[in-house]
Structure formats: structure tokens, C-alpha cells
Unconditional design. Structure first.
Length: 271
């Protein structure tokens, strides 16, 4: 897919998010999903400080406006993101360094942006909303499927020191790894691979976030989710409005799920 599809996909995603957010999140189908217990495999709360990306001093006012107008007090009837840690992460990570140079002027706009190879960097609101759904604590081990630009991984790394991210498209994987390293995100582990199969060597994970639409919940990802853990994943076909699902694994290994909102993501790329 080339530039024409990238622009068209970005337009569809923006349109879908603006329209569907008017309806608000869908009701939980199986009751509220309990927040998982804090992980014991990482740093304890209070003993770890989030990184300070090297470009965080640039375009501060634009990020503040993005957080205020798009995320904390959004238009179009969207549910606001209220987690103070998530809002701080969004205000800290320099989104403009994760987009192609010719897109940096609009890096803080209320829309997804093409990043090449038929992929996009998600709308800021969606990045913040999906991050909030994970309810991360310092020390939680989180897996991201679909590194893309590296922006979502950087936001996650403001909340926990254990971030693993997989990208199947080699040029994107290499560019994201270089950008993350340049910004000082040394703790983020990156891998070029088919994310459908997860990252078994580092499982189980306290949380998993999938940033591309899958036709179903990949069994390998579900098996790598720790009991008590949470997964945010868009599910649906390429040319239809997908559902953003919030899944939780009970202590017994059972699945609890709810449909959060209608979204449109690029499809999960497979090898």
C-alpha cells in the first residue's frame, strides 16, 4: 500500500473516531473488569522514576493544548481520560519526533498520521485512552504488538520500566528503535517479528496492547497474558468498523470482555 492508501486510511480513522465517539463506550457485556494486582516482577511503586525524553523541552505548549483539548477535556462527546499519570505521559512524550519530517508541523493535531509502509501513528486520544485501559503500575510488564513509530511504546515507558514491543515491518522497526534510543528510552525492548505470536521468552505479561486490528484475539497473545492481566485489542475486518475490546484474564484463566468503542485501525500485518 502506498501514499494514496495511507492518506485514505488516516481519513477513515479520523472520521470513524469522531463519529463513533458520539455514541460513547459500549456497556460491559460481562460486568466490570477488575484491575489486576500490581506485578511483583518489577520496580516497586516509588522506587522508579520515568525517563525524560531528550526532546521533551520542545513544543511544550502544543502538547499541553493537545492534552487539554483532545484528551482531558475532549470534544465530540468522547469520554475524557482522567488518569493523571497517563495525562502526564502524554504531555511529556514529544510526539513530533516519532512522525516523518514532512508531518511534524501537524504532529499534535487531533488525527492519525501516515508514517509510511501503509501504517499510521494513532490519534493522540486513542493512544491515551488505550493506555488508560491497561491501568499500568510501575513494574508491570507490558507487551505492545505493532511498534509502528514507537510513540505508543514511549508513552507506556513513562508508566512502567518493563516495555516490550514488536514490529513486523523491518524499516519501521529499525526507525522506531533508533528514535526510542535517541530519546533515552533504553529500557524498552524492541523486536522485529510477527506480533501475532507475541514474545514468549518474556511472558507472562501483566498487560498487552495491540495497535492494529486483528480478525480475532490471537491465541498466543492470550496464553502469554498473566492471570489477572488485561489486554486492549481492536478486533474486526479491514474494511469495516472494528471493536476495541478490553479483555481480562481471571485467576482461573477465564476470559472476561467488554466492547469499549468502535474504531478503525490498519490491519494486523502477518508474515
Amino acid at each position: 500500500m502506498r501514499d494514496t492508501f495511507q492518506i485514505f486510511a488516516a481519513y477513515l480513522l479520523t472520521l470513524s473516531l469522531c463519529v463513533t465517539s458520539l455514541c460513547g463506550p459500549a456497556q460491559a457485556s460481562e460486568g466490570e473488569i477488575e484491575k489486576p494486582p500490581a506485578a511483583s516482577n518489577g520496580s516497586a511503586s516509588g522506587s522508579w522514576n520515568p525517563p525524560r525524553p531528550s526532546a521533551s523541552s520542545e513544543r511544550i505548549d502544543e502538547r499541553k493544548a493537545m492534552v487539554d483539548r483532545q484528551i482531558a477535556y475532549p470534544l465530540y462527546g468522547r469520554d475524557p481520560v482522567t488518569d493523571a499519570k497517563v495525562l502526564e505521559a502524554m504531555a511529556t512524550v514529544p510526539r513530533h519526533v516519532f512522525v516523518p519530517p514532512d508531518r511534524r508541523a501537524t504532529a499534535y493535531s487531533d488525527s492519525p498520521l501516515p508514517i509510511g509502509h501503509g501504517q499510521t501513528i494513532s490519534q493522540p486520544y486513542i493512544v491515551a485512552y488505550m493506555t488508560e485501559l491497561l491501568a499500568l503500575e510501575p513494574g508491570d510488564k507490558v507487551l505492545e504488538v505493532g511498534t509502528g513509530s514507537g510513540y505508543q511504546a514511549a508513552v507506556l515507558a513513562q508508566l512502567t520500566s518493563e516495555v516490550y514491543t514488536i514490529e513486523i515491518i523491518e524499516p519501521l522497526a529499525e526507525r522506531a528503535a533508533a528514535t526510542l534510543a535517541a530519546q533515552g528510552y533504553e529500557s524498552i525492548k524492541t523486536k522485529r517479528a510477527d506480533g501475532y505470536f507475541g514474545w514468549k521468552e518474556h511472558a507472562p505479561f501483566d498487560a498487552i496492547i495491540v495497535t492494529a486490528a486483528a480478525g480475532h484475539v490471537p491465541p498466543p497473545l492470550w496464553s502469554q497474558l498473566r492471570p489477572g492481566g488485561r489486554m486492549a485489542i481492536p478486533v474486526g475486518g479491514t474494511y469495516e468498523v472494528q471493536r476495541l475490546l478490553m479483555l481480562a484474564k481471571t485467576k482461573e484463566g477465564e476470559r472476561e470482555s467488554r466492547s469499549v468503542m468502535a474504531v478503525r485501525f490498519v490491519p494486523l500485518t502477518r508474515e
